[in-house]
Design a protein around this ligand. Structure first.
Ligand SMILES: Nc1ncnc2c1ncn2[C@@H]1O[C@H](COP(=O)(O)OP(=O)(O)OP(=O)(O)O)[C@@H](O)[C@H]1O
Ligand SMILES: [Mg+2]
Length: 226
């Protein structure tokens, strides 16, 4: 569904993504893993066309619809969650009737239905949940979730992982990153591990034996420690 070949990106003199190549197949949950500053968010922004690569190519299958939940979601502070979804849904030109139904479903899924709180009074977890609902709006085929569990409590995280699994069962393709590798191990089929802009290795769920957890693989790959 998506192929990145030789992606390069520099900010000023600093090269933050270096010759990065990987592909994501339709229907899989793909993990972008890496230490802080490894270039995950930059890579996501290049895929979305929000940041222009200095080199390389990005091939996204023709006509694929994409939903995105950013690392630090920001919404107009004077709106409620429902109003935010209405606003974005109308920008996507979703018909009013369909949108009303969809918003109610989405808010149910993320546990924010009947909530009248204005965004300015949202907790971090509530913002994260709303960002996910917004990403799912319009029923996109590819979901790109940049740290969707950041700020969520244990129950919220478990719910988010359950939701990712459900979306996969519905046939969605998901690119996700999180520093909580236990969570990633549970839901992801495959992924890459990056450090300082470089791809260190790819991994698949099947490779992880009973002995080795994703966290151990990550520590070995990134830091040389098990
Ligand atoms: N707009 C920018 N201007 C200058 N440098 C930037 C910019 N955005 C990112 N960087 C730098 O690029 C590098 C990669 O950042 P990026 O946000 O992609 O990392 P990340 O892997 O998402 O990290 P984290 O896990 O902390 O979210 C970092 O060194 C960061 O300081
Ligand atoms: Mg990031």
């Amino acid at each position: 569904m998506l192929e990145c070949r030789g992606l390069v990106k520099s900010y000023q003199d600093k090269c933050v993504v270096k010759d990065l190549s990987f592909e994501v197949k339709r229907g899989e949950v793909f993990a972008l893993l890496g230490s802080n500053g490894a270039g995950k968010t930059t890579t996501i922004k290049m895929i979305l066309g929000l940041v222009k690569p200095d080199g390389g190519e990005i091939d996204l299958e023709d006509g694929v619809t994409v939903g995105y939940s950013p690392e630090t979601p920001y919404f107009p502070p004077f709106l409620t969650g429902k109003e935010v979804l209405w606003y974005y849904g109308r920008i996507q030109k979703i018909g009013k009737e369909r949108l009303r139904e969809e918003i109610s479903k989405l808010l149910d899924i993320v546990g924010l239905n009947d909530d009248k709180t204005k965004i300015r009074h949202y907790s971090k977890g509530m913002l994260q949940r709303l960002a996910l609902a917004q990403a799912m709006s319009g029923n996109p085929e590819l979901l790109i979730l940049d740290e969707p569990t950041a700020g969520l409590d244990a129950l919220g995280r478990a719910e988010m992982m359950g939701l990712i699994r459900r979306l996969k069962e519905e046939g969605k393709t998901i690119i996700v990153n999180s520093h909580i590798l236990n969570d990633m191990e549970r839901v992801c089929d495959r992924g890459i591990i990056m450090k300082k802009g470089k791809l260190l290795r790819t991994w698949t769920k099947n490779e992880l034996g009973k002995e080795e957890t994703l966290e151990q693989l990550f520590l070995l790959t990134v830091g040389g420690v098990a």
